[in-house]
Each structure stands twice: as C-alpha cells, then as structure tokens.
Design a protein around this ligand. Structure first.
Ligand code: S6P
Ligand code: ZN
Length: 192
C-alpha cells in the first residue's frame, strides 16, 4: 500500500447528525459565538449594543465538528447553526472568513431554514447564493464566505465540508467586511 507521508492513515468512522435540531451527536469540537463576538460586523453599532444589553448577549451561532487530522488529504466537516434575528434591519450572519490556504474550496448543504452564502474575492468580486433545505452551495477556491439567516423565526442549519488543513483567515473580513449586506424591511429581503 502506498502511503503519502503527509496524510495519516486513520480508521473509518461514522457520526450521527440530528438534521432537524442542527446538531452533531457527541461532537469533539464545539464553538459557540455569542452576539458580542460579532462586534464591528453589523452596520448599525448602536442597534447592536442595544440588542446585546436587552437580550443578555444571546447565543448567535454554533459550530459542531468531529475532527480529523489537519493534514493534506483529509476532509473536515461540520454543522453550523445560525440563530434567526435582526440587528436594526440587518439579518443575522456569521463572521465570515477566507481560508488560510486560499486556494481551497468548500461545500455548504442547507439542512434547515433559509438564507444566503455571501462571497467575495480579494479583487472585489461579490456574489451570493440562496440557501433553503436541500441547496448545496459550492464556495470555490479564493472566495471568502459567510452565512446569512433571512428568517426571523428559524435557525439556518448548514452542513459544510472543506479540506482539513484549509485554516482560517478572519482578519481580512474584520478589517474590510463584505461589499453587500442583507436586510429584512417590513418582511421583504433586500441585498444592498
Ligand atoms: C469552515 C466553514 C464553517 C464556518 C462556520 C462559522 O470552513 O466555512 O464551518 O466556520 O459556518 O462561520 P465563521 O465565519 O465564523 O467561520
Ligand atoms: Zn470556510
């Protein structure tokens, strides 16, 4: 058997997903972001601070992972569950990131809810793709990506697959944001 020295040989395994609740049973890695972790990302800073105080810094989104070696050849996957709500009129969203290995892509399969994957490139292109149950969005290499929940009632639950050694670059999005934002005004969605 030929073994690539940069890829560990591990045993196959199975994990159970609760598709409705948007959780992974017994995840090894669990990331919880509260709304205060999103400081600087929403357009309306005063609505953001007011929401935190009035709602006691609520849960914003969660990521459940069962890790594999962070090495060339392995695939990582997660369930990402984004709460519904608005800051002012702006729909709840994740921070968003480029992959550190920017030449690596990702797939997002929507399990529940409704929203968008907002994407941009370093040379200023911006695109978005709609997410409803059963949509599988392909995020190609070089595109930063964030999830946006357009429901005010239901979480947006995604199942994502990406290269285990892709890494994260959050700093560029914290500095520059995305060119477009998603708002819900009197029940209609606008992308501005
Ligand atoms: C990882 C993938 C998702 C996000 C998750 C949270 O490559 O894109 O697991 O990490 O949806 O979003 P963010 O923007 O905080 O990483
Ligand atoms: Zn990613």
């Amino acid at each position: 058997m030929y073994l690539n020295p940069s890829t560990s040989l591990i045993h196959p395994f199975t994990i159970d997903l609760d598709l409705e609740r948007g959780i992974m049973q017994n995840p090894t890695n669990y990331t919880r972001r509260n709304l205060s972790d999103m400081r600087g990302h929403y357009q309306d800073d005063s609505a953001f601070e007011k929401f935190i105080v009035e709602n006691n810094d609520p849960l914003h989104y969660e990521v459940f992972e069962t890790p594999v070696p962070k090495e060339y050849g392995h695939l990582m996957y997660c369930i990402s569950t984004l709460q519904p709500g608005l800051i002012g009129n702006e729909c709840f969203m994740t921070k968003g990131h480029y992959h550190k290995k920017i030449e690596t892509g990702e797939t997002y399969l929507c399990l529940r809810g409704a929203g968008y994957i907002m994407m941009k490139t370093e040379d200023g292109q911006c695109r978005y793709e709609k997410m409803t149950r059963g949509s599988m969005v392909y995020v190609p290499p070089y595109w930063a990506h964030r999830s946006i929940n357009i429901s005010t009632q239901e979480p947006l639950v995604s199942f994502c697959v990406y290269l285990a050694d892709c890494g994260y670059n959050y700093g560029d999005i914290e500095r520059d944001g995305f060119p477009r934002r998603v708002f819900s005004k009197n029940g209609s969605i606008t992308i501005e």
